[in-house]
Design a protein around this ligand. Sequence first.
Ligand code: NDP
Length: 320
Amino acid sequence: MVLSTGTISLKAPEGSKAIVVKNLYLSCDPYMRSRMTKSDKPSYVPSYNPGSAITGFGVAKVVDSDHSKFKEGDLVWGMTGWEEYSLITNPDTLFKIENTDVPLSYYTGLLGMPGMTAYVGFYEVCSPKKGENVFISAASGAVGQLVGQFAKLMGCYVVGSAGSKEKVNLLKSKFGFDAAFNYKEEQDLDAALKSYFPEGIDIYFENVGGKMLDAVLLNMKLHGRIAVCGMISQYNLEKPEGVHNLLNVIGKRIRMEGFLVFDYFHLYPKFLDLIIPNIKEGKITYVEDTAEGLHNAPGALIGLFTGRNVGKQVVVVAPV
Ligand code: NDP
């Protein structure tokens, strides 16, 4: 619902248990693409409704509340609208922001849904051990940059792939990856992976799918784990590409597990306990790519699918 200060009062209807928020930062996330397709197939997120503002994760300030848990001035993150003000009819899904001595925009990324994705994907799904060999695709993005840093904190050997020289440099110089390569410049992904992992890969954090997954399957170690977080290379295809090397899953006893962060939000307090001290001590860093203004939000979202973003793509709707 689009609310305009000029025409509609910014009041939560009495008895509605709703709140009205002013949106400050919006998060551009790859899963939003799937919501733009009308599909009769079952999906974990509903399609967008043409004519209504699209929804997504964001950071917002409560301007009016009819809900006992929220009061005017509270800062929250969670599902909101791509609009200046939103009426949130189910505010129980929102998280109240208690730690405000970090950049608020972090609650779209590092301290929000992508951060949680990296946390549960790595610690819960990958079953990592010190000294293991970890490979991450789309490694400089919102999720990938954090997975790499978690793996380094655990004492793993970490290699990432990304789509530009700038991103590759960032992985090595800022996020502490042991090595990184530009997958767009590699003619032979299998050979590239063999050169970085002569003994094979223990953990693959899968963000892209397609040819990369096929090459990784050839390079996994016995009892390796693949956390299937996303397959962004497939999201705009009418027909997903085939994967040819799946037989390796049997011979190498690979555990390949898809996961959705939405199933793990109960772990959010545990995640904050881990991450906040690490941010304050400078052990975890985070790179954001900021688009200014709601009018630049669609371009920023589309940019995820061409790799235009360097780091977490955030949209600033209103200065704090
Ligand atoms: P990013 O910040 O990493 O942005 C997307 C990046 O994907 C681009 O910058 C680009 O980087 C890369 N990319 C785009 N198109 C292609 C392509 N055709 N082939 C290879 N790489 C491509 O996004 P996120 O960190 O937010 O998301 C990463 C992945 O995690 C996505 O697949 C997403 O769907 C998934 N995800 C899954 C969740 C879950 O619960 N399972 C929750 C959140 C995210 P480059 O320049 O390096 O190519």
